[in-house]
Each structure stands twice: as C-alpha cells, then as structure tokens.
Design a protein around this ligand. Structure first.
Ligand SMILES: Cc1cc2nc3c(=O)[nH]c(=O)nc-3n(C[C@H](O)[C@H](O)[C@H](O)COP(=O)(O)OP(=O)(O)OC[C@H]3O[C@@H](n4cnc5c(N)ncnc54)[C@H](O)[C@@H]3O)c2cc1C
Length: 365
C-alpha cells in the first residue's frame, strides 16, 4: 500500500474470500471515480470520499478492505458503501463480508436518530412544515442536507429501528415491523435546540406514505432519521438553481447559506401563485416563479424552457448549475446541459427527486 492511513481516524478491516477479487477491485475503482478520488496501483487502490477513505488490496482469492472515517458516521458510510458495491460487483459469488475494528455489528447506526414531532405548520396550502426534535444533531448540520426518514408501521406501537449489520449495511426490521423510507431535505437545523424542520409537499396520489404521514403528523409522533447525505455544493461566483416544489426546501436552504459575493438565478416551478415562498439570501438573486396553473406536477417543460432562456454564461470563471425535479424533467435538463451545451459534469448536478407514477421505493436517485 503506497500511503499509510491516518492514525486518529476510526478504522475497520474486512478480508473477503472472493475468486474474482481483482475484477471486483477494478469495478470499485471504475464506480467510485464518479463519487470521489481514486488512486489505482497494480494490486491495490486507495479510495477517498467526502466522508472517509478506503484502501483495497486484491489477489487471486481475496480482497482486503481497510476503511477509515473521521467519525463514527463517516466510517459507517465507508463500510456500508463498500459492502453494497462489493456484493453488487461480485458476479456469481455471494461473498461473506465481516468487519473487525470500530463500529461493531448489532450496535445502533451512528447516523440514525429517533425524532419526535414538536409542531406542524402550513407554509403554503400544499407545503407542510414538520418540526422534529432529537438528540445529538451536530453531525446532521454538515456533510449534506438530505435525510432518509423512516416511518413506523403503526403510530401506537414502539418501532424497531435498523442496526449495524456484520457486513456494515443496516439490518432492517421485517414483517409487521417493516419501515417505509423516504428522502427529505433538512430545511433548517438548530443544533442547540436539537430541532430540524422538514417541508413536505402534500402531493396527489392514492398511496403516499411520506405526504400522508406529514398530513397527519401531530406533536409526540415518532419518526426515524438517517443522515446526512448529499455533500456540499462547490463554491462559484454564478449559480443557476432550477427545481419544483420538492427541491424548494433544498434551494431555500442553499440560498440562505450563500455568501454575499455571488449571484444566483433561481427558477422555481410550483402549482400556482399561492405556493410561492419568500426566499432569503445574502447573495444577489434573480428569482423567477413559474406556475403550472392546473397542469399536474411532472407534466410540463417549464423548467427546461426557463433554463434554455437563461443559458449558461461563458464569461463566468466559476459557475455551477443545480437542479432537482421530476425524473423526466431531469433527463431533459441533463441532455440539454451535457449533450447540447457540453457543460462539464464538474459544473452541474441534476438530481431526480421523484418519478411520476412510481413510489419512491422504486426510484433510482
Ligand atoms: C435528495 C432528495 C430530497 C428531497 N427532499 C424533499 C423535500 O424536502 N420535501 C418533499 O416534499 N419532497 C422531497 N423529496 C421528494 C420525495 O422524496 C418524493 O416526492 C417522494 O416520492 C414522496 O414520497 P411519498 O411517500 O409521499 O410518495 P410515493 O409513495 O413515493 O409516491 C406515490 C405517488 O405519488 C407521486 N408523487 C411523488 N412525489 C410527488 C410530487 N412531488 N408531486 C406529485 N406526485 C408525486 C408518485 O409519482 C407516485 O405516483 C426529495 C427527494 C430527494 C431524492
């Protein structure tokens, strides 16, 4: 191994018997280059993520993985992510992954908090803010804005929460204790008070566990939160933000945290004028609201048309485009930015937040 690991970090190791170890290491390198920094040597590799690092060694019959993280959450994310991908890439094999070191199997997930509803308010007719309170939230204020909320099966029965598995992935309760998971944005966090605000879109649909939970939430209700995730946006002088209601909490929070010396054009698609919200920022904002005026969410090309109209300035040294919306709109925006305008991937991020006609259980983010 060309580089030694940092001694103050939390560490774990797994020796995985695997006939195709070298091929799996190749695939890990190919995959993680999209998500971090990869250094490849002849029989080993070093992977650096925002939340931690891993050193991988491969020979003909085994893969040795050493994970490290600056804190329990960082280490747990490295272990989870490596296990998930090793199992996914080990074609025709089901290797046993068993970590030794920090973060024992069976212990609570370090990135999990049980949260309790404090209050609910309607921000707009179709956006409900739920304030949640929980312990030790400092780690939820850095490293990303998103959380996976875990909704218990029955409000009156104490839920079972996931725990750390032997292979580093969470072990989920099953059967009657099965949890429903949905991704939401921490709209605001107050670490001292131990509170986070989540803004839920009260969208249409027959079975909508997330929206329905928010509609019915009342003080004292319990929900699980796993996170944070999503990373930080790169610094830029000029930003373009585009999103529908589901991305409005993320865009609002990003704008509130932008410094005064940058500019942002903000394109927001909402149902109608009653769904507009005041947006605060130290940065200079050009905000354009667009209304569907009766058209169902996910059926218009309002966002793409607006992005086309704004364009991407070629004279900005540091520019960044961020979009979050329905999957089809996302595809159109990616095509526009990547294929038509050839904007480098380092200068944009387009994320599918939901998919028309599909529950989030089946949406690939
Ligand atoms: C990183 C990330 C951050 C997110 N942050 C937020 C947030 O802060 N607030 C928020 O409200 N959402 C947010 N979302 C979107 C949210 O996770 C999805 O809308 C999710 O589908 C809601 O779950 P549900 O149980 O209500 O509906 P599901 O069970 O997932 O879906 C049921 C039906 O409702 C439809 N549907 C889902 N969402 C919408 C919608 N917005 N409008 C119309 N129809 C819809 C589906 O197509 C499906 O037919 C985020 C998503 C991601 C990936």
């Amino acid at each position: 191994m060309e580089r030694t690991m940092t001694s103050s970090f939390l560490r774990a190791e797994a020796r995985v018997a695997l006939a195709g170890a070298i091929q799996v290491m190749d695939k890990l390198c190919g995959h993680f280059v999209e998500h971090g920094r990869v250094e490849r040597f002849e029989r080993s590799a070093r992977l650096d993520f925002v939340y931690g690092s891993a050193a991988v060694e491969a020979d003909d019959g085994s893969l040795v993985v050493r994970a490290e993280g600056a804190d329990p959450t960082g280490l747990a994310y490295v272990k989870w992510s490596l296990a998930e991908h090793i199992l996914g890439f080990a074609e025709g094999e089901t290797p046993r992954i068993s970590w030794t070191g920090d973060g024992a199997a069976g212990s609570p997930l370090p990135y999990f908090r049980e949260m309790r509803v404090v209050s609910t308010t309607n921000v707009t007719p179709r956006m409900r803010r739920v304030r949640l309170q929980g312990p030790d939230l400092a780690r939820f204020a850095t490293g990303g804005m998103h959380v996976r909320l875990l909704f218990p099966p029955k409000p009156d029965i104490a839920p079972q929460w996931p725990v750390t598995g032997e292979d580093g992935r969470p072990v989920w309760p099953s059967g009657d204790s099965r949890l429903v998971m949905r991704i939401y944005t921490i709209r605001e966090i107050d670490v001292e008070r131990g509170e986070i605000d989540i803004d839920f879109v009260l969208h249409e649909g027959d079975e909508t566990p997330g929206a329905t939970w928010a509609r019915q939430a009342s003080p004292g209700d319990i929900v699980g939160a796993m996170g944070p995730a999503g990373g930080e946006l790169p610094e830029a002088d000029w930003y373009l933000f585009a999103g529908d209601e589901t991305a409005l909490p993320a865009i609002s929070r990003i704008l509130a945290e932008l410094p005064a010396n940058c500019r942002a054009t903000v394109l927001l698609e909402v149902a109608d004028a009653s769904e507009e919200q005041p947006l605060r920022s130290a940065a200079a904002l050009d905000i354009r609201w667009m209304h569907r005026n009766g058209a169902p969410a996910g059926t218009t090309s309002l966002l793409e048309n607006a992005v086309r109209e704004v364009g991407v300035p070629s004279n900005e040294a540091r520019r960044f485009i961020w979009a979050g919306c329905e999957q089809k709109s996302c595809r159109c925006l990616k095509r526009l930015l990547r294929k038509e305008w050839k904007v480098p991937t380092s200068e944009h991020q387009v994320v599918a937040y939901w998919r028309t006609g599909h529950s989030a259980d089946k949406v690939e983010h």
